[in-house]
Design a protein around this ligand. Structure first.
Ligand SMILES: [Mg+2]
Length: 280
């Protein structure tokens, strides 16, 4: 077998991973972010956040790589970035063209499952929850600690519905069973439970990795993924190197190599990424 030099690429969760859980700051990760740019390694933001939120952050971080939004429901590929339209169009069943992005939908549209979700809640008083579709942007700001402008961006969701569950654990199990019958899933994130169709962050990772592999056939992809919550686990499992950022959840990914960061959020992100970049 011929040796193919590695092509490293990074998928990262945002909240409580690259961003501080409380302040949403990424500044402590600046040294590692700068080093990634110097080395030309794609940094793919892979989050439960909306495109509107992630676009702002990508601009702030000077990134022009694809974004995996709303837990893998939507992939946004910058039109002035790593790929051309001809390179991506066969990979998505339908592509929506916006000013800055080509959008590939991987999940179900939010409208389709919200209706089911609310019907279930009306049908059973045990199913007590509230979520983004019940809230104004002001409520979102209150529940997330986001400034109001950011809360508006977070409110523009296309593929996921974040909720807070107020019922019992037993009722939650029954609720999950009912959702599954409609091919709807619930995945716990750091702040919310995320309801969506059957897509996740790993779908986004795999889809984009296929594109990068096609573009660089002489190289062997080396995927690094970083995350802190159960909704990151599939993404971490699908990577060659998984970096677990400590949080209240104790994740145990099955990736070939797993690194457990000692420090939380962007500080841990920075330390582990700089150490990895010494090796790749
Ligand atoms: Mg997180």
């Amino acid at each position: 077998m011929t040796f193919r030099p590695p092509y490293p690429l990074v998928h990262t969760d945002l909240d409580a991973t690259l961003l501080n859980h409380d302040t949403y700051s990424w500044q402590p990760a600046l040294p590692a972010l700068t080093r990634l740019q110097e080395l030309g390694i794609p940094l793919i933001l892979n989050s439960s956040k909306t495109l509107a939120e992630m676009q702002e952050l990508a601009t702030e971080l000077n990134l022009s790589h694809p974004l995996v939004c709303e837990n893998g429901s939507l992939i946004a590929i910058p039109r002035n970035g790593d790929f051309s339209l001809s390179e991506i169009e066969t990979y998505f069943p339908s592509i929506e063209v916006t000013k800055n992005y080509w959008l590939g939908n991987l999940g179900r549209s939010r409208g389709q499952f919200i209706e089911t979700l609310h019907k279930l809640r009306e049908s059973n008083p045990e199913y007590r929850f509230e979520g983004y579709s019940d809230w104004s942007a002001e409520d979102v700001a209150k529940h997330t600690g986001l400034p109001i402008e950011q809360a508006h961006l977070s409110h523009t969701r296309q593929g996921t519905e974040p909720i807070h569950w107020h019922g019992s654990d037993e009722a939650y199990k029954r609720f999950l069973g009912e959702l599954a019958q409609y091919e709807i899933q619930a995945v716990a994130g750091g702040r919310f439970i995320h309801i969506s169709g059957l897509s996740d962050k790993a779908h986004g990772l795999r889809k984009l990795n296929e594109l990068y592999q096609l573009k660089h056939p002489q190289r062997e992809l080396l995927t690094i993924a970083l995350g802190d919550s159960p909704n990151d686990l599939n993404m971490l499992n699908a990577a060659d190197i998984a970096v677990v950022i400590p949080n209240k959840e104790k994740l145990r990914p099955s990736a070939q190599k797993v690194i457990y960061a000692q420090e939380p959020g962007p500080t841990g992100w920075n330390t582990e990424m700089l150490a990895l970049l010494e090796q790749v």
